[in-house]
Design a protein around this ligand. Structure first.
Ligand SMILES: NC(=O)c1ccc[n+]([C@@H]2O[C@H](COP(=O)([O-])OP(=O)(O)OC[C@H]3O[C@@H](n4cnc5c(N)ncnc54)[C@H](O)[C@@H]3O)[C@@H](O)[C@H]2O)c1
Ligand SMILES: [Zn+2]
Length: 405
């Protein structure tokens, strides 16, 4: 099923639910629309040392989320579910989720935060802790994140810390969260000193992905999520990169079958990586940071004015150019990546240039906080990421400044 993955010895249990079709894998390169419609729903079980995450991807799954929680937890006494969402997603989907919980016999309360990266901070987390205390939310409660990566990072951080950890469920509603942020258990908030500097690993018990939620998402956010998909293809799968190129128009048109396939392949890649190195200790998970060193610096320095995925797009291109300038990656691969990002409508140039000195200082600070020598994830080819220490600042400067011309 996942022979295209580069990493051997996967511990991810990948068990696609196949409706009315042939469960044997199809060659990604020769895949046609007919083939991809075979998989309109699937599930994965990701097994970690201390927890199993059940991932269910299904049209309209929000309507069944109460039943899925009951099945995943098997509590004798139905737990209270605290739903966290933001003020854009809440009006769209909160009632559906609360109704589904109610029908499954689960009492719930909900809490809304302002939409956007501005909410991923300690002040908002503190406000949430106050609400949990006021409502006397106990250790057996479940925290459910309904929203994009901001809501799942924030609610996940609260779930990891409230009463030293309560169970966590995610209903992702952005492409970014569907194919990346919802799996792997990284939770975080930002502080003035940097992005994601405060956080914890806390694996969700259930991730329920409803691809139809993408229909209400701004196209800007759909495109942003695609940057992480390109990243996954670049680190793990030449076939998947081909597949992106073959399906750009269908993806942008939000063809549900193609989107489901896109999400499946991403979750297989990410699931494989994170189950083999859950806490980023074995030089495996770190590969997911491709494009994120310069990307995060841009994101921080622009004051979060751009989407995370847009910064990742710029960071990916810079990392590819850096790899090329160090003699690792062939020029045509760099052009190919740039071409694909452009076809997805992702930025390949920085519209509002940020001073190079600030970018380099931010990268230096992040390295210092991590107490590591300068370690960059670079590419030797599609599907062949490597970690390089001591990448010189002139080369980083040149790669970043290539985004300004
Ligand atoms: N934990 C991880 O492993 C991980 C991985 C990748 C990204 N992230 C984090 O995720 C965050 C970015 O996530 P994001 O791009 O999902 O941003 P986001 O959560 O801010 O969502 C983007 C915007 O879309 C709105 N929205 C969400 N779903 C919608 C829907 N279905 N219809 C209409 N509007 C909708 C939101 O209200 C928000 O305004 C960053 O903070 C990033 O660091 C975390
Ligand atoms: Zn990212």
């Amino acid at each position: 099923m996942h022979s295209f993955l580069r990493f051997p010895g996967s511990r991810a249990r990948l068990s696609p639910v196949v409706i009315g079709g042939n469960p044997s894998p199809v060659s990604p390169r020769t895949q046609t629309l007919k083939d991809v419609t075979i998989l309109e729903m699937f599930d994965l079980r990701l097994e970690f040392a201390d927890r199993t995450t059940q991932v269910v991807v299904r049209t309209n799954v929000l309507r069944d989320v109460g039943t899925l929680i009951r099945e995943a937890l098997a509590d004798a006494v139905p737990p209270l579910v605290v739903v966290f969402t933001d003020d854009r997603v809440g009006p769209l989907y909160n009632d559906t989720v609360r109704d589904a919980l109610n029908r499954a016999g689960l009492a719930s309360i909900s809490h809304q935060v302002p939409a956007g990266e501005v909410s991923k901070n300690l002040a908002v987390a503190e406000d949430i802790y106050r609400t949990l205390a006021d409502r006397e939310v106990s250790r057996d409660a479940v925290i459910l994140a309904l929203g994009g990566g901001v809501v799942s990072d924030l609610a996940g951080f609260v779930a990891a810390t409230w009463m030293r950890g309560v169970r966590f469920v995610i209903c992702p509603t952005t492409l970014e969260a569907d194919l990346d942020a919802s799996v792997g258990g990284k939770t975080a908030i930002n502080i003035p000193g940097g992005k994601n500097l405060v956080g914890a690993f806390h694996q969700p018990v259930l991730v329920a992905v409803d691809p139809t939620c993408l229909k209400t998402l701004d196209m800007r956010d759909v495109r942003a999520g695609l940057a992480e998909s390109v990243k996954h293809a670049l680190i793990a799968s030449p076939d998947f990169l081909d597949w992106h190129e073959d399906n750009v128009e269908r993806i942008i048109a939000l063809d549900q079958a193609v989107l489901t396939e896109l999400i499946r392949r991403n979750l297989e890649i990410k699931g494989d990586v994170v189950t083999r190195d859950a806490k980023e200790q074995a030089d495996v998970r770190v590969m997911l940071n491709l494009g994120h060193t310069i990307g995060h610096a841009i994101e921080e320095c622009c004051g979060y004015a751009m989407r995370h995925g847009e910064c990742v797009s710029l960071g990916l291109l810079a990392a590819c150019r850096l790899s090329h300038s160090m003699g690792l990656l062939a020029g045509p691969v760099v052009s190919r990546v740039e071409g694909l990002l452009k076809r997805f409508g992702l930025p390949t140039m920085l519209a509002d240039p940020i001073d190079t000195g600030r970018i380099l200082a931010t990268i230096r600070k992040d390295k210092k906080v991590q107490q590591r020598e300068s370690r960059f994830v670079l590419l030797e080819d599609v599907g062949r990421p490597i970690i390089r220490g001591n990448v010189g600042e002139p080369a980083i400067r040149q790669a970043y400044e290539s985004l300004l011309r």
